[in-house]
Design a protein around this ligand. Sequence first.
Ligand code: CTP
Ligand code: MG
Length: 230
Amino acid sequence: MKASAIIVAAGSGTRLGFDTPKAFVELNGRSLLSYSLRTIAAVPSIEEAVVTVPAGMESRARAEVKSAGLEIPVKLTPGGAERQDSVRIALGLTSAEAELIIVHDAARPFATPAMFEAAIAAAGRAGGAIAAIPLADTLKRVDHVRAIVATVARAALWQAQTPQAFRRDLLIRAHERAVTERIVATDDADLVEQLGASVEVVDGSALNFKVTTAEDLRLAELVVATRFGC
Ligand code: CTP
Ligand code: MG
């Protein structure tokens, strides 16, 4: 199935705390964004990409796209105020020919082509599919003084990641409804779930963590050093 990729990279990275917007912070000599661009370059069913970039970073982003060796058309656009706005803006720029849209955070440098392929294949069947991992730790609900009030059964709980793939018409409907009904969600799957459509999980990975804090960036540096022997 033909898919268009949306890479959201327009955030400022407040929690990371650098002057540079997070997607342009370097990890082993290249930007976080460049990892996701190179990954989608290795996914044959992705036929175009739309990347949301912070204001003023268009030419940096264009250079990143060039050096990633992407052979597909890539559009760059300023993002919106929140991630959800950025996805909606990018969605409006995707080709109407695309059957599926796969959305990915530039803040997750270690997603693999296999994760994209798995999400695309499952979304082609089910309508929507996201990378996720089953919870490994026991969950505790605590009160305001940090006393445990309950242990939450974790058997059926998974942590959502990106990439997240959906039938294009479903994702458009989900975002249109979010605007008219003022729904704010932390991921696209939630918006599609709220339409009553089915969304499946495919295997993500613990390594596919989101770089949010300075500690995450240090962890990412260790991952790169281990993977590439540098
Ligand atoms: N994002 C975006 N547009 C926004 C906000 C976020 O495109 N208005 C993107 C980010 O660039 C990132 C992804 O959405 O790749 C996930 O968001 P997050 O990890 O929260 O990144 P930031 O918003 O940049 O970080 P922070 O919340 O710490 O400011
Ligand atoms: Mg954010």
